[in-house]
Design a protein around this ligand. Structure first.
Ligand code: SF4
Ligand code: SF4
Length: 345
């Protein structure tokens, strides 16, 4: 069985074209404004696939849409409800995921496919093939080494690519990846010993290439010991502008709210939308009472959730070190800053 192989870089466009015949294709695309975003590709020839830059947002919205209609409802003349679920998901290949993006999908699995399985997420996940690319050169704000979610992964991917210059080293991780390689075998050649050595060497070197040292484990310990002074929460809360950019951009934030929208007097939609713990209305109750003092509690809740409660529940933080909250927060209230403040104490 072929477990590692080589794809010549000049074969990548043809491979993607071939994959697109049978699947939807989502990949990082550089747009006309120069931003790289995960994009559902319609015409491969008209887009610029970008494997060099970090996508501004992760692929989260394709597995957990920012807004989706869960079902429609109709009320009969007798007052009975009829519900029609809207749950379809085409086979989709996610190509060019970074290790942190893939680790975030594995975290979403824990959230949505635990005891109560979310059928909408489940369907999209069952129909997903995940192809990641290891980071030989971590981006400026990344710290996945500190969260053990990169720069290369040991599992979780269907295929993992490593850029070896003129070719990609391809590792098979799961059955759907193996099927894909078997079906499209003419694009690949067996990996040689020197390819394996080159990949191993690059993956080792990558660990030493991080620009930031973020001491996540130390911060987790201090949170566990309840040694985070109120002054830190207060300082960060004052800086937060309540925009929720950090939670929307975060690939592991999965809070949502549900509302019904009437279309006619006797029919309507049930809609699920992203929500965020940093919004003032997150804990507001019917009647307007808010049991949580938003001004001082929201930031505390966010970081404790990611680094304390999720570690207790799942044995690992729900931060994958992608650094996106560093890029987006104009108040400087990001994971790296929080960890630094806690560790300085
Ligand atoms: S922490 Fe930053 S990005 Fe998040 S809500 Fe506050 S200001 Fe916005
Ligand atoms: S908290 Fe920040 S660094 Fe961690 S996963 Fe979310 S966006 Fe990425």
């Amino acid at each position: 069985m072929l477990e590692t192989c080589i794809l010549g870089k000049d074969h990548l466009p043809s491979l993607l074209r071939r994959l697109k015949k049978n699947h939807r294709l989502v990949a990082p695309v550089r747009n006309r404004q120069g931003d790289t975003l995960f994009t559902l590709i319609q015409e491969l020839d008209q887009v610029d696939i970008d494997l060099e830059n970090q996508a501004i947002a992760s692929a989260k919205p394709y597995l957990f849409p920012q807004q989706e209609t869960l079902f429609t409802y109709e009320i009969s003349a007798a007052g009975d409800y009829r519900f029609t679920p809207l749950n379809s998901a085409a086979d989709t290949i996610y190509f060019g995921l970074r290790s942190c993006d893939l680790a975030a999908i594995l975290y979403m699995d824990v959230t949505f496919l635990g005891q109560a399985k979310d059928p909408y997420y489940l369907k999209r996940r069952e129909n997903a093939i995940l192809i990641s690319i290891g980071c030989t050169q971590p981006f400026a704000n990344c710290f996945c080494n500190a969260t053990k979610s990169g720069p290369f992964l040991e599992m979780g991917y269907d295929l993992q690519f490593t850029d070896l210059g003129d070719r990609y080293f391809v590792e098979v991780g799961r059955i759907r990846g193996r099927e894909l390689i078997t079906r499209l075998g003419h694009f690949f050649t067996p990996a040689r010993e020197e390819d394996k050595k080159a990949q191993y060497q690059l993956s080792l070197e990558a660990r030493g290439n991080f620009h930031r040292q973020v001491q996540v484990e130390r911060a987790i310990r201090r949170l566990r010991e309840d040694r985070v002074p109120d002054a830190i929460w207060e300082a960060l809360s004052r800086r937060c502008q309540d925009c929720s950019g950090c939670t929307y951009i975060c690939p592991t934030c999965t809070c949502f709210t549900i509302r019904d929208q009437a279309v006619t007097a006797d029919s309507g939609l049930r809609i699920r939308n992203w929500d965020a713990c940093t919004f003032a209305g997150f804990t507001r109750m019917a009647g307007g009472h808010n049991p949580v003092d938003h001004q001082t509690q929201a930031i505390r809740r966010r970081f404790r959730h990611k680094l304390l409660h999720d570690v207790t529940r799942h044995g690992r933080p729900s931060c994958v070190g992608c650094g996106r909250c560093i890029d987006i927060c104009f108040g400087g209230v990001d994971m790296a800053r929080f960890v630094a403040m806690v560790c300085e104490e």
